[in-house]
Design a protein around this ligand. Sequence first.
Ligand SMILES: Cc1cc2nc3c(=O)[nH]c(=O)nc-3n(C[C@H](O)[C@H](O)[C@H](O)COP(=O)(O)O)c2cc1C
Length: 173
Amino acid sequence: MKNFEQICKDRSSIRKFIGKEIEKEKLYQVLNIIKTAPSAGNLQAYEVIVIKSSDLKEKLCEAALNQDFITKAPIVLVFVAKKAESFIRYGERGKVLYSIQDATIACTYAMLACEAIGISSTWVGAFDEEKVIKLLNCKEEETPIALLPIGYTLAPKIPLTRRKESNELFREI
Ligand SMILES: Cc1cc2nc3c(=O)[nH]c(=O)nc-3n(C[C@H](O)[C@H](O)[C@H](O)COP(=O)(O)O)c2cc1C
């Protein structure tokens, strides 16, 4: 497996997938890495839905402004924040912040885990939340925060997309 710095440097959003399926073991590797993610109070107030059904991928694509690479990915992971679980312990802050952060960190781990084992991904945040909630039968207070189509690619490595200058991002006081 690549070292952490290399994983971060090599990862970029890939929106072209080839037909190759993701091996079961590799999927489990990614899911097991997600499980190592930290979460507020260790509540793990998120759920990851693993979607392989072509029909569901088509519907998700339609709910996500027809970003059609979603349908080309062999698997789409959907990260759902479970607001009610966090609310019980932390009240409003748990509901509106911690559960979202838990799901966000989980998705970030998934992206890096994929890169580490040669699988590409793109975080998809532009979607109609209500449509996705309906498609996935989410319960009350469960909010999908990201779709992550994952798969193999033949696309050439994209050099790191532009980043702000350090002085715009970091401030030492
Ligand atoms: C919160 C969030 C939402 C995003 N939503 C989308 C999206 O809907 N569609 C898409 O193609 N890329 C989406 N991206 C990917 C970004 O465009 C991409 O990460 C950014 O341009 C930097 O490029 P890189 O990932 O290749 O480094 C999203 C990324 C984040 C973190």
